[in-house]
Design a protein around this ligand. Structure first.
Ligand code: NAP
Ligand code: FE
Length: 366
């Protein structure tokens, strides 16, 4: 057995965890640069709580609330310039994966004069500012991963960067902040978390410890599936979904993602599908494709999710997601070539060819 396991994030989980652990903020300095979306920080209540605590501790702050969904390099460049101007000591990301990922890039750009495209080299002269993360969706697990997924318009896709220094130093996970999510955001983000657990499990880089965490995430997700279908989102379910998404984040922090994410990015970039939905629409065919090489593991996934077969799981996903796009032959050709450029495609347990990708697109959204 041979593996590397590293998690650079201190996690606080539970109702009121920001108030109960307020001293954590004092360790990082006197000037906090808050990175959030247009509405998520406010609607979730997380921004108010953070501001209250900063105020009590005498920490001054600047709110950058211009993070777009699927943030672009231009968007984080703007944030980086503002953070440098403000002379921030640390960065606090509040929101879904978009603001959390943007916070990581801004923490790098605030202290390094560089073209944002150079983020993808993962080499920075100066260490990024410390990053604190407060998730308001239960999906990406970005609060416990080093990754920042950014839209690169030059490459017409989304690409991620990250190294040990871009793990959030501290993550505060309070399920209350996820209560305000709409039905669709709840479902889409939950399916993103599910895809992380599955792709971390069916991954060339998986290891016994990441498999253990993935299995636990899948079991908890299985307990939530009925509630997702019935749209019964009480606090206990929110808590479970946030916990499962954190676990799934811990898994991909070690393994990375695979083919489903590699293919999903084009559906988001060109068809504007939310990230989790893009993965979910591909999941049935992705699992069928991998069954040849990972039958035992896929049977275990189905067991943990209480599904009889890949098709039963696929039917539940169809009910949750509503198929809303259909791709032309030309689109499938181009998206397949984009998929083959994604690093994550090569972590897939079964080796992937461009023709395989075309078939999966065709059967899923053709
Ligand atoms: P998101 O893009 O952050 O947010 C989706 C929508 O939900 C936005 O309109 C947002 O509002 C809203 N929202 C968020 N929290 C809310 C709340 N509590 N109440 C009401 N509305 C809320 O969605 P996401 O799925 O969490 O993140 C997706 C991004 O993360 C993608 O760019 C994806 O590639 C990336 N990702 C990163 C990782 C990683 O490891 N770093 C892993 C997977 C995916 P606002 O517009 O106001 O923010
Ligand atoms: Fe994801």
């Amino acid at each position: 057995m041979e593996f590397k396991y590293y998690l650079g994030t201190k996690v606080f989980f539970g109702k009121d965890c920001i108030f109960n652990n307020r001293d954590e903020f004092s360790d990082f300095g006197k000037r906090a640069f808050i990175v959030t979306g247009k509405t998520s920080g406010k609607k979730s209540g997380a921004l108010d709580d953070v501001l209250k605590v900063l105020n009590q501790l005498g920490i001054s702050s600047f709110i950058f609330d211009r993070v777009e969904n699927n943030p672009t390099l231009e968007n984080v460049e703007e944030g980086g310039n503002e953070a440098a101007k403000f002379k921030a000591d640390f960065v606090i990301g509040i929101g879904g994966g978009s603001p959390l990922d943007a916070a990581k890039a801004i923490a790098v750009l605030a202290v390094n004069r560089m073209d944002p495209r150079e983020l993808y080299t993962n080499r920075f002269d100066k260490k990024p500012l410390p990053i604190l993360a407060v998730p308001t969706t239960a999906g990406t697990g970005s609060e416990v991963t080093p990754y920042s997924v950014l839209t690169n318009n030059d490459a017409q896709t989304k690409m991620s960067f990250g190294n040990n220094d871009t793990f959030p130093a501290v993550a505060f996970l309070d399920p209350r902040y996820t209560l305000s999510m709409s039905r669709d955001t709840t479902v889409n983000t939950a399916i993103d978390a599910l895809s992380h657990a599955i792709e971390g499990y069916l991954n060339k880089r998986s290891m016994p410890v990441s498999d253990l965490i993935a299995e636990q995430a899948l079991k908890i997700f299985g307990e939530c599936m009925d509630s997702l279908v019935k749209e019964d989102f009480n606090y206990d379910i929110r808590e479970k979904l946030l916990y499962a998404s954190m676990l799934a984040g811990m898994v991909i922090a070690q393994t990375g993602t695979t083919l489903m994410h590699g293919m999903g990015y084009s559906l988001t970039y060109f068809k504007d599908l939310p990230h989790g939905k893009a993965n979910g629409l591909l999941m049935r065919e992705y699992l069928k494709f991998n069954y040849e090489n990972a039958g035992e593991k896929i049977d275990n996934i189905l067991k943990l999710l209480n599904a009889e077969s890949i098709d039963e799981l696929g039917n539940i996903l169809d009910k949750l997601l509503c198929q809303s796009i259909s791709l032309s032959k030309e689109e499938i050709d181009f998206y397949a070539s984009q998929t083959m450029k994604q690093k994550s495609t090569y972590n897939n347990l079964r080796n992937v060819t461009r023709e395989d990708v075309e078939v999966i697109y065709q059967r899923s959204v053709g």
